[in-house]
Ligand binder design. Structure first.
Ligand code: UDP
Ligand code: MG
Length: 139
């Protein structure tokens, strides 16, 4: 399997609850290299742009409100098969259905407040990474 990069967010629910460190530990324990990382707070426009593919969905307004409700931690991760590997470690979107060894199972609450984001394909990983990190921030 090829080494690839993915983009991750530790969402405002998890950061607000003081779980960012625990999630970063899970990321490192599972063999990801953290290429770059920062703490930031999204504006409404930034959150709308990031989630533009969901703009017609009924939960869009709620999602943007949640993602701007407090700071989050954004990361670029690298590993063999990083995209599916990170989504497996996060667990399913609905945190109530996520296993106890997953990020969402441990630190999420429900289908909206689910502690983390992960890219779903190489194209979205590239778009989402450049949305937050410029080339000089990539270590
Ligand atoms: N979401 C929501 N309600 C839903 C589905 C999704 O609030 O019914 C939120 C949730 O925070 C999710 C995000 O919208 O992580 C993006 O949805 P997507 O289907 O892309 O799930 P993901 O890729 O994050 O697992
Ligand atoms: Mg998604």
């Amino acid at each position: 399997m090829a080494v690839e990069q993915t983009f991750a967010i530790i969402k405002p629910d998890a950061v607000g609850a003081g779980n960012a460190g625990n999630i970063i530990q899970m990321i490192e324990d599972n063999g990801f290299n953290i290429v770059c990382m920062k703490k930031t707070r999204l504006t409404t426009a930034q959150a709308q742009g990031f989630y533009h593919v969901h703009s017609e969905r009924p939960f869009f307004g709620e999602l943007v409100e949640f993602m701007t409700s407090g700071p989050c931690v954004v990361l670029m991760l690298e590993a063999e098969g990083a995209i599916s590997k990170w989504r497996d470690l996060m667990g399913p979107t609905d945190a109530t259905k996520a296993g106890p060894d997953t990020v969402r199972g441990r630190y999420g609450t429900d289908i909206g407040r689910n502690a983390s984001h992960g890219s779903d394909a190489p194209e979205t990983a590239a778009f989402e990474t450049q949305y937050f990190f410029n080339c000089f921030e990539r270590l």
